[in-house]
Design a protein around this ligand. Structure first.
Ligand SMILES: [Zn+2]
Length: 64
């Protein structure tokens, strides 16, 4: 039985197996792109307004 997932970066089907070092990504390239995207989106995360609203009173500045 083989589970197939979608590569989070490019959406390509990826077989979820132990031999696939980069799962859930289809390749090392997509894995690195996703890691880079996380860093790039750190300052502009869509749909994060609720969290900002909840903590705005307690945390005027967000430590990094
Ligand atoms: Zn991919």
């Amino acid at each position: 039985m083989t589970t197939t997932v979608q590569c989070p970066t490019c959406g390509a089907p990826v077989e979820w197996k132990t031999e696939n070092t980069y799962r859930p990504f289809c390749s090392e390239r997509c894995k690195l792109i996703d890691l880079g995207a996380w860093a790039a989106e750190e300052h502009a995360i869509p749909g994060n307004d609720l969290e900002d609203e909840m903590f705005s009173g307690d945390l005027p500045t967000r430590p990094h």
